[in-house]
Design a protein around this ligand. Structure first.
Ligand SMILES: *Cc1c(COP(=O)(O)O)cnc(C)c1O
Length: 374
């Protein structure tokens, strides 16, 4: 067992975060109802995504939930969702009482395969919920075309893709509503937090009202709807504002890390590396690799060997259609999305924190190559 330890991810926190949080505290602006940092962070982050409005919330999960609630998607409605994702994406659809329909993956980007969408559309379909996985944008042109044809909303789960570009456009501003997470390991963080990005002013107002218990306008306690408490606090927004100042620096670091991994690990036929399609800027949230060829069945062994060397890694998600909680309810079956299953079982990600040293990357790669060659 090695004494060296390379964590999968650590946030880049510094004096700016401390100073802004202290400011918020000194002003007594600690809740989610007032404080200067909330509108500041909302406006700067929305503008970064080329959107007119940002609505800060308590997590990526509540961002997704609020987006669906804002669009009044509920019982009787179907939503097409990338099967391979953090299950929060599916939970959000289920919180609203709507029915999620899993879509299988592309083998190279790991994102949902747009060519499979049409066959899953019914008279009940209301929305497509795409997930830009591990920092690589979904191929959005075909998604938007299908959505226009069938009059469907498009919601983007951007929890792993802050700053990713599709044909030069920022994710989060391509569909109807973008949903971001600022959890501790995401591209930028507020500890816990999330945001909706959108251009429709009416929906932005509705989301803003719903996230704060849907208080009334004239008479505050005559509520407009069944509201939620999904508020981000001004303290979290203070951290977000500090993090926002570093977003391009962090993305540059992640892309540099990805290049370093590719240089050291490229050219092997027993390891599949992340891609960057011509239409994409991949922000490489986490460097996801897949054992393949002669090592296709050896993920657990390889991860174990890395752990012995003090190198942390994490398995890929398991798709919706492999989750027992959903199979047992009769909603899906293990064989519904075969590509997603395969990617879920072969993938794992390597240390990708923005502050990782070149020396640590060398060490991770040496350890990985040793494990693969065993
Ligand atoms: C992290 C993540 C979420 C959930 O975000 P939280 O802030 O943890 O609630 C949703 N979708 C995807 C794809 C994620 O990676």
């Amino acid at each position: 067992m090695s004494t060296r330890r390379v964590p999968v991810s650590q946030p880049l926190l510094g004096a700016e975060e401390t100073n802004h949080v202290n400011n918020a505290l000194a002003q007594g602006a600690i809740s989610g109802f007032f404080g200067d940092y909330l509108p500041m962070f909302e406006q700067e982050f929305a503008a970064y995504c080329d959107c007119a409005h940002g609505v800060a919330v308590s997590s990526g999960t509540t961002a997704l939930h609020l987006a669906l609630a804002t669009l009044s998607i509920g019982p009787g409605d179907e939503v097409l969702v990338a099967s391979l994702t953090n299950m929060a994406t599916f939970f959000a659809v289920l919180y609203q009482g709507a029915h999620p329909v899993p879509i299988d993956s592309e083998a190279d980007t790991l994102n949902l395969d747009p060519s499979l969408l049409r066959a899953k559309i019914t008279s009940k379909t209301k929305a497509i919920l795409v997930v830009h996985l591990f920092g690589h944008p979904v191929d959005m042109d075909p998604v938007m075309e299908i959505a226009r044809e069938h009059n469907l909303y498009v919601i983007e789960d951007c929890a792993e893709a802050h700053g990713a570009l599709y044909k030069g456009r920022k994710v989060g501003g391509i569909g109807d509503i973008g949903c971001f997470s600022f959890y501790a390991n995401k591209v930028i963080t507020t500890g816990e937090g999330g945001m909706l990005t959108l251009n429709n002013a009416e929906w932005a107002d509705r989301a803003r009202n719903l996230k704060g218990l849907a208080f009334g306008d004239k008479n505050k306690f005559m509520h407009k709807d069944i509201g939620y408490n999904f508020r981000m606090t001004n303290l979290q927004a203070a951290i977000g504002h500090a993090q926002f100042g570093k977003i391009e620096q962090i993305i540059d670091a992640k892309r540099t890390i990805a290049n370093a991994y590719r240089q050291r690990l490229g050219g092997r036929d027993d390891l599949q590396l992340p891609v960057e399609k011509p239409y994409a800027r991949n922000v490489h949230w986490m460097y996801m690799v897949l054992v393949s060829g002669r090592n296709a069945g050896r993920r657990a062994e390889v991860m174990q060997a890395l752990a012995q060397k003090g190198v942390e890694s994490r398995e890929n998600f398991l798709p919706y259609n492999m989750q027992e909680i959903f199979i047992n309810r009769g909603w899906t079956s293990a064989d519904e999305c075969p590509v997603a299953n395969d990617l879920g079982l072969r993938g794992f990600y390597l240390p990708s924190g923005p502050a990782i040293s070149d020396d640590d990357i060398d060490y991770v790669c040496q350890s990985l190559i040793e494990a693969l060659d065993q």
